[in-house]
Design a protein around this ligand. Structure first.
Ligand SMILES: NC(=O)c1ccc[n+]([C@@H]2O[C@H](COP(=O)([O-])OP(=O)(O)OC[C@H]3O[C@@H](n4cnc5c(N)ncnc54)[C@H](OP(=O)(O)O)[C@@H]3O)[C@@H](O)[C@H]2O)c1
Length: 237
């Protein structure tokens, strides 16, 4: 399989990339900004399987204009179809609603929503080439309707809600194209991002454990789900 994952330099995405890269039949395109951390990921993957096909792409997705076409062009240097796209990169600023400036709001929305939307647009032809064609959008319980909400996270949570809603829309728009779209609304996982949002909270799950779930779901979930927003949480936050 050909797998594209954003946000693979640390946290959940790092473990996800490693899981897919264990299988020498997979080609994993792993995207993030931090080149050194991505090189460590590649070394880890090769240590666990010498035949691992992990391709790192150093790319900043903050500017959607830069993402448009350019990120796709980097990806298709390595693969000619996409079986699984996991939109996992995320960004959070913990600040009250009134204090957030426009640049900060735009950065949150660009990374969490607009750039991933643009990447999906660009990869549609390559997803159509696949028999599996599964897009998994990583959202948050904060963006899940009716869940507990927290001060300081308004823009983060609403950007994640936008990604969740987009998932439903795309499942409908592409229902005749054999591409499945699902969204996982994650609960708390011990990562750097969680420390930014809830500095004193110890989550019941570590990044490798959540990555295991997302790995299985990405491969098997499209048989059972399309256009679904699925809460994956056992705690509040
Ligand atoms: N941890 C939680 O409790 C939790 C809960 C709900 C949802 N989530 C969601 O789960 C996903 C993974 O989160 P995590 O906790 O693993 O976060 P993390 O440890 O902070 O990792 C975030 C990843 O996103 C990448 N990223 C951030 N900005 C980027 C940019 N401008 N361009 C390219 N890559 C960028 C980072 O790489 P670089 O810095 O190298 O670019 C990093 O690899 C996110 O979408 C997050 O919103 C997490």
């Amino acid at each position: 399989m050909n797998i594209v994952i954003t946000g693979t330099s640390k946290g959940i995405g790092f473990h996800l990339a490693k899981l897919f890269a264990k299988d020498k039949n997979n080609t994993v395109v792993a995207i993030a900004r931090s080149e050194n951390l991505l090189k460590e990921l590649r070394n880890d993957c090769i240590r666990q399987n010498l035949k691992s096909k992990i391709k790192i792409v150093v790319f900043d997705i903050e500017d959607p204009n830069n993402v448009k076409n350019r990120l796709k062009n980097e990806i298709i240097k390595h693969i000619d179809s996409v079986d699984i796209l996991i939109n996992n990169a995320g960004f959070l600023i913990n600040k009250s609603f009134v204090d957030m400036d426009i640049k900060e709001i735009q950065k949150i929305y660009n990374i969490n929503f607009i750039s991933h939307s643009v990447l999906i647009q660009d990869l549609i032809p390559f997803l159509k080439e696949s028999k599996l064609g599964h897009v998994v959008n990583i959202s948050s319980m904060g963006g899940y309707q009716g869940s507990s909400k927290f001060p300081g996270l308004s823009f983060y949570s609403s950007s994640k809600a936008a990604l969740a809603n987009l998932t439903e829309c795309l499942a409908e728009e592409f229902k005749n194209n054999n591409i499945k779209f699902n969204c996982l609304a994650l609960g708390a996982v011990n990562t750097e991002m969680l420390k930014t949002a809830f500095p004193d909270f110890n989550a019941p799950l570590n990044a490798d454990e959540m990555a295991n779930f997302i790995y299985d779901f990405s491969i098997n979930g499209s048989k059972y789900f399309n256009g679904k927003i699925i809460p994956v949480s056992i705690s509040t936050p």
